[in-house]
Ligand binder design. Sequence first.
Ligand code: GTP
Ligand code: MG
Length: 181
Amino acid sequence: MHKDILKVVLIGDGGVGKTSLRNQYIHKRFTNAYKATIGADFITKEVETDDGKKVTIQIWDTAGQERFQSLGVAYYRGADACVLVYDVNNFLSFQHLERWREDFLKQSSLPAEEAKNFPIIIIGNKIDIDDRVVSRRQARAWAEVHSSERMQIPCFETSAKNGDHVEKAFAQIAKMVKVPQ
Ligand code: GTP
Ligand code: MG
């Protein structure tokens, strides 16, 4: 199926840094102020894939705080990739990846076979803070458990504050999704 725009959704607990990651990736900006996202919105960006094709990705930033998550289904539907974000300094946000993943797969109403192989990446954010409670090994183990034969879940660790590995994590998304012919 030909698609011009690839839809990518950022999900995860409130405050883990989804909005900050997107701001860093798109605008190379960071702010310390926390303004919880209400609902969701998207920004599009043209990216080049490994084989030189241009694709437009539509990056959806969603609300992590429960009271602002009213329209989940609409935001998830038609997604081509899902980015699960947690905070390496917040164990609960890592434990919740399970719930976010299940919720995403359920609400996006994918057929079972597609759900199994759906492109997912996980990002552990805020590595600039020296208070880590989630190790790389734990993240890799989680990814391993939820990977399938055809879809390995890549793990990244980032800082939306200083930009470390942000570009690399987003570039991986363009590599994973089905690129239009
Ligand atoms: P919701 O919109 O409520 O779902 O939260 P969010 O996931 O979009 O988090 P947001 O990007 O708003 O960041 C929450 C807070 O964490 C803000 O105060 C940010 O400045 C801060 N923050 C985000 N990323 C980082 C990071 O990599 N390092 C540090 N030190 N702070 C960060
Ligand atoms: Mg936000």
